[in-house]
Design a protein around this ligand. Structure first.
Ligand SMILES: [Zn+2]
Ligand SMILES: [Zn+2]
Length: 273
């Protein structure tokens, strides 16, 4: 299984996953059709499938065009609002593409129909991968881009439709229990700002400091910070670290909306998961 990381729009990622024996390709969040098809051509693969994490335009806007350009293309997702959807998925549904196995993990919070895709190959030494859509390092901060403080545009990562409890379960139970070596491919490049926030939450966390310095260097060179691994995330991601009660006592009660929103207000940062 080969994963092509493709930077698109302001800070989004789309991915092309290639089954190296059959040369079949699966796109995750096919946002920019022309760009995607150029890479499909260059890699000499056949695009058969789109997996969409959620219906927001910056993750699904290319679906309709791609379906027209590639007859027979299958579009999977868990939300009927996803454009050109051909196959609606349910939690824990499994798909197979040649040697690639996919388990679909419903992770409500940002949107109710948010699906993450856990992929692996049987009898393969490579680590599995999870395409986590909006869960950038499992905590995406979006700052307002226009129209003042109160209104968030794009809103990826915000607690838009789900409850705090759903968010907690999605992060710490559904995703957090995957194998620690799982590579995390997320939908946005927000690592530097996320880690700056993590440092405000845990100013003495050396792992956060080290990762932040690394991410800044990558940012300077315009190199993606994906993938991380789930094991790494447990060392610096505040929203996974709550499960161990590592810093819960500092501020807010766990399981409540105030907890999640409260943490995101720390240091004056306006943002949501
Ligand atoms: Zn997004
Ligand atoms: Zn979104």
């Amino acid at each position: 299984m080969k994963v092509k990381v493709i930077s698109v729009l302001e800070d989004n990622y789309m991915y092309l996953v290639i089954e190296e024996n059959t040369r079949e390709a699966i796109a995750v969040d096919a946002t920019v059709p022309k760009r995607l098809l150029e890479i499909v051509k260059k890699e000499e693969v056949k695009l058969t499938t789109i997996l969409t994490t959620h219906h927001h335009w910056d993750h699904s806007r290319g679906n309709e065009e791609l379906v027209q350009l590639c007859p027979g293309l299958r579009v999977y997702g868990a939300d009927e609002r996803i454009g050109a959807l051909t196959h609606k998925l349910t939690h824990n549904q499994e798909l197979k593409f040649g040697a690639i196995c996919v388990r679909c993990l419903l992770t409500p919070g940002h949107t109710l129909g948010h699906m993450c895709y856990f992929m692996w190959e049987d009898n393969c030494p490579d680590a599995p991968a999870v395409f986590s859509g909006t869960w950038r390092c499992f905590f995406v901060l979006h700052t307002p881009r226009s129209q003042g403080d109160a209104l968030f545009i794009g809103g990826c990562g915000r607690l838009l439709e789900g409850t705090a409890e759903q968010m907690y379960r999605s992060l710490n139970e559904t995703l957090g229990t995957l194998p620690k070596e799982t590579k995390v491919f997320c939908g946005h490049e927000h690592t530097v700002r996320n880690l700056k926030f993590a440092l405000k939450v845990e100013p003495d966390n050396e792992t956060v400091k080290t990762k932040l310095a690394w991410a800044k260097a990558r940012d300077d060179d315009d190199i993606p910070t994906v993938p991380s691994t789930l094991g790494e995330e447990f060392h610096y991601n505040p929203f996974l670290r709550v499960v161990n009660n590592l810093y819960v006592g500092i501020t807010y009660r766990i399981y409540t909306k105030e907890f999640w929103e409260g943490h995101l207000q720390l240091g004056g940062v306006r943002g949501f998961l």
